[in-house]
Design a protein around this ligand. Sequence first.
Ligand code: ZN
Length: 270
Amino acid sequence: MPELPEVEVTRLGIQEQILGRQIVAVLVRDGRLRRPVNPDLAARLQGQTIHRLWRRGKYLLVDLDQGQLLLHLGMSGHLRVLPAETPARAHDHVDVLLDDGHCLRFHDPRRFGLLLWGEDWSTDPLLARLGPEPLGPNFDGCYLYRRSRGHQQAIKSFLMDAQQVVGVGNIYANESLFRAGIDPRRAAGRIALPRYERLARAVVEVLQEAIAEGGTTLRDFTRPDGKKGYFRLSLAVYGRDGEPCHACGAILRGIRIAGRSTVFCSNCQR
Ligand code: ZN
């Protein structure tokens, strides 16, 4: 599933190719996504210039002359900029044709993604309730410490709650907690400030490393074969239950927290 780093790498990969371009046409092959694309999408977008491409959590927003396009990659979506004449494959649901002969192509086999035009998405419930960006100025150990007081919830679930902080998916929560030496089962409200400072740093590091890793696959976004650029981030715990901890050699434990696969070292994480 595309997580924050994949979405950020998508943004970095396509922004230069779409900024300043005018939309000349829109081809909707199949608009049945998580929410159906606007029935009048083509009329809404035609003739508009793309001024900004930005990210909020796992949402991408395209600022136009009038209104915004909201995109989400769902479970299996991806976006590429291709020469417009590139033949469409299965699940290439929407093409936004640009004035330089390229198109922004939205591909999503499982259809949990979104591609919607609206006047202003910032006040929509999808975005309005999101917590701060982990790579932004409002996220640090102090913030996590203050927000977590009184929470009995496991720290791992707390960290994955988009209302507390956006974009820390399951893999990144597992890895960050390992780096910070925190047991994922520990109650969020009972963790002291210095440990939250370590955790906030770990979250930022893990996400930045994943984005940097993805940067090496940026060329994939323009490849017509549609090869994806998912990360080969070296994972210390995720997917390694039953294997030895890289730090101490103890066998890593696999459990489930709130239904999500959780792997940790009971020796290094307290
Ligand atoms: Zn260990």
